[in-house]
Write a protein that binds this ligand. Structure first.
Ligand code: NAD
Length: 231
């Protein structure tokens, strides 16, 4: 086993204190998430969209990676590891993972509304109306909104198709195209799904479902994989 691919969703960060969307029934201040995380919302109510992400960014500056993020990072000592995450937080990087693809963007970055290649790291939690890129255009959150393309999906498909093992953590596997990535794993590739509410109808030839929280299930699996390698 050489290449380990890790696919994570909001559940891996839940025990760090970042709530998943479904915890709040998909609502934020009585707005459906889709109504604040979309190009239409940005067009119609920019202040609301900026506030929604500012609150999330502020929270991100106050939380830490948990035992699951840290355990996954230790795999890099023995395997080639690629993390593909649906999360917009930076907890994998802060735990020590060095190859992380953010399918849905990154909360601590902003980008130009004129040139999408102009991407800036944010040192503070607040992004305001009037904050502009080098070309003078308003900055927007560097987030893939509902209805927008997922630019990194092609790279993610390639990485999953070369996996010798796939570890999936804390995702409802309801948000596409990320959820479709599992189908690109080879038939020989063992797949572990760690999620306390993993759907019973999900089936793959080599799937092991671990209905445990991320901080319990991930360190256990990592210890097993390391034990096999070290023997
Ligand atoms: P989701 O909300 O659809 O599903 C979260 C999953 O996490 C559920 O299946 C739930 O059972 C599981 N879960 C909850 N607590 C857990 C724990 N302690 N350990 C392990 N699993 C746990 O999230 P999703 O599948 O990632 O997709 C929804 C979208 O939400 C994504 O697009 C993502 O970008 C976005 N999101 C990201 C963050 C973040 O960056 N941390 C937070 C909320 C939402």
């Amino acid at each position: 086993m050489k290449n380990i691919v890790i696919l994570t969703g909001a559940g891996i960060s839940a025990e760090s204190g970042i709530s998943t969307f479904r915890d709040a029934n998909g609502l934020w201040r009585n707005h459906r998430i889709e109504e604040v995380a979309s190009p239409i919302a940005w067009q119609n109510n920019r202040a609301l969209v900026l506030e929604f992400y500012n609150i999330r960014r502020k929270q991100l500056f106050e939380v830490e990676p948990n035992a699951a993020h840290r355990a996954l990072a230790t795999l890099e000592k023995h395997f080639a590891v690629n993390v593909i995450t649906q999360n917009v937080d930076d907890l994998h990087e802060r735990a020590g993972s060095t190859s992380v693809i953010h399918l849905h963007g990154e909360l601590k970055k902003a980008r130009s509304t004129r040139d999408p290649n102009l991407i800036y790291s944010l040192d503070s939690w607040e992004l305001k109306e009037g904050d502009v890129c080098g070309l003078g255009s308003q900055l927007r959150p560097h987030i893939v909104w509902f209805g927008e393309e997922v630019p990194e999906i092609g790279k993610a498909v390639e990485i999953v198709s070369q996996a010798d093992a796939l570890i999936v953590v804390g995702t409802s596997l309801r948000v596409y195209p990320a959820a479709g990535l599992l189908a690109y794993a080879s038939h020989q590739c063992p797949v572990w799904l760690i999620d306390p509410a993993a759907s019973p109808e999900y089936s793959l030839p080599n799937l092991t479902v671990v209905r445990k929280s991320a901080t319990e299930g991930v360190p256990e699996l990592v210890a097993q994989l390391l034990a096999i390698t070290i023997k």
